[in-house]
Design a protein around this ligand. Structure first.
Ligand SMILES: Nc1ncnc2c1ncn2[C@@H]1O[C@H](COP(=O)(O)OP(=O)(O)O)[C@@H](O)[C@H]1O
Ligand code: SF4
Ligand SMILES: [Mg+2]
Length: 368
């Protein structure tokens, strides 16, 4: 199957809806498709994702490297590389922002929606002091005077627990440790109190202790500001204590979504099941080999037919090769969070009926 820049993948997937709360929808993404043109073909990075994010909620976005997590939100922020193009719709509080000119988008970026990255140096200017970088944002977006901006910046650094903030604000990024730089970046992202913070692998480069401190900090900030948070990570462990709901991505699609505890305790998609099985457990033998999902993520320039996960799925059967599964509701879902998955199976663990279909299919294939 060769993807082109104009085709909308079929079938149209369902919307990953917010929980049934009264909270206002901050961001509404509809059928987002992101393509990159390269010398040897078109990369289908995001394949028709729809998602609502409500005020104050935290969404964990998980999936192996290359599943389209970053590019989904780079598309939302208007930060795609020049060979990329996103189509569909992204509404911030009802206003369409996909494809806005950079000057117009800048009114949203930073002040309404902020994004932070694994490497803080991608957001911090190495040649300017932290004071200069922070105050500039407040003077520009909030019309503060220099002294008001400096006072507010120091307060923010205090809030993210940078010791001696008053003195350190005069320092350059390289004078901070990795963990402290990540705190500075979070402080900068929250300076204008955005409605939405998109954190892309914010703790991946940090050691375990610092990682835990940063996650604690994000939990506290979420309480303090009621900011909606998108937490992008390849590590399911990171989202366990922070996210309200989880969206699992594979090959640019949403394959499963639901409340954190549903995803952890009763995964309904074989890919999620595989991700969980490859997670290190506290009580497991540290030296034992972790089971990982066999095979490689698919080539996004030439996706497999039917279900994209089919070449790696232990439950794959004839229908999976013939028909791409749509995202559809599955089960009740706890805490009012709807559950959905894109898989032909009725449920996991397998029903007798599904087991029979898979076994009959295997028997037929060995006969041929
Ligand atoms: N500028 C680009 N040109 C071509 N392909 C790209 C470009 N940027 C990202 N991609 C591809 O898009 C896919 C999704 O990438 P990404 O969203 O960064 O994955 P993740 O964040 O889940 O690890 C990957 O296959 C990646 O190689
Ligand atoms: S649709 Fe088939 S191949 Fe895809 S995840 Fe479900 S069982 Fe596996
Ligand atoms: Mg990424």
């Amino acid at each position: 199957m060769t993807a082109t820049l104009v085709t909308t993948p079929t079938p149209t997937t369902g919307t990953v809806a917010s929980p049934a709360t009264q909270a206002e929808t901050i961001l509404s993404i509809r059928n987002l498709v992101t393509r990159f043109k390269t010398g040897d073909g078109v990369v289908a990075a995001v394949n028709g994702i729809s998602l609502d994010i409500a005020a104050g909620e935290t969404i964990g976005v998980v999936g192996e490297s290359g599943s389209g997590k970053s590019q989904l939100f780079m598309s939302v922020m208007g930060l795609l590389a020049s060979n990329g193009r996103a189509t569909g719709s992204v509404k911030y509080r009802g206003q369409e922002i996909l494809g806005l000119a950079p000057a117009k988008l800048n009114r949203f970026r930073g002040s309404k929606m902020s994004m932070i990255f694994q490497d803080p140096m991608t957001s911090l200017n190495p040649y300017l002091t932290i004071a200069r970088q922070m105050t500039e944002v407040l003077v520009q977006h909030k019309g503060m005077s220099q002294s008001q901006a400096l006072k507010r910046s120091i307060e923010m650094l205090d809030l993210v627990r940078i010791p001696e903030a008053k003195r350190r604000i005069g320092m350059y990024p390289h004078e901070f440790s990795g963990g402290m730089r990540q705190r500075v970046m979070i402080a900068m992202a929250l300076l204008c109190q955005p409605d939405l913070l998109i954190a892309d692998e914010p703790t991946t480069a940090l050691d375990v202790t610092v990682q835990a401190q940063i996650l604690d900090l994000m939990r506290d900030l979420k309480r303090e500001f009621n900011t909606s948070i998108v937490l992008i990570t390849h590590d399911l462990g990171v989202i366990a204590g922070l996210a309200d709901r989880v969206m699992v991505m594979y090959a640019g699609n949403v394959v499963e979504t639901g409340a954190v505890r549903d995803i952890f305790y009763s995964p309904q998609h074989p890919y999620t099941e595989g991700l969980l099985q490859s997670m290190p457990r506290l009580n497991s033998d540290r030296h034992a080999e972790l089971p990982s999902i066999g095979g490689q993520p698919p080539n996004l320039q030439d996706l497999p037919p039917g279900c994209n996960f089919q070449p790696r799925c232990r439950y794959a059967h004839a229908r999976c090769l013939a028909e791409e599964p749509a995202l559809r509701p599955c089960g009740e879902g706890s805490a009012g969070v709807p559950r959905a998955k894109a898989c032909h199976l009725a449920q996991l663990p397998l029903t007798e009926a599904d087991r029979a279909v898979i076994e009959a299919d295997r028997a037929a294939r060995t006969r041929h």
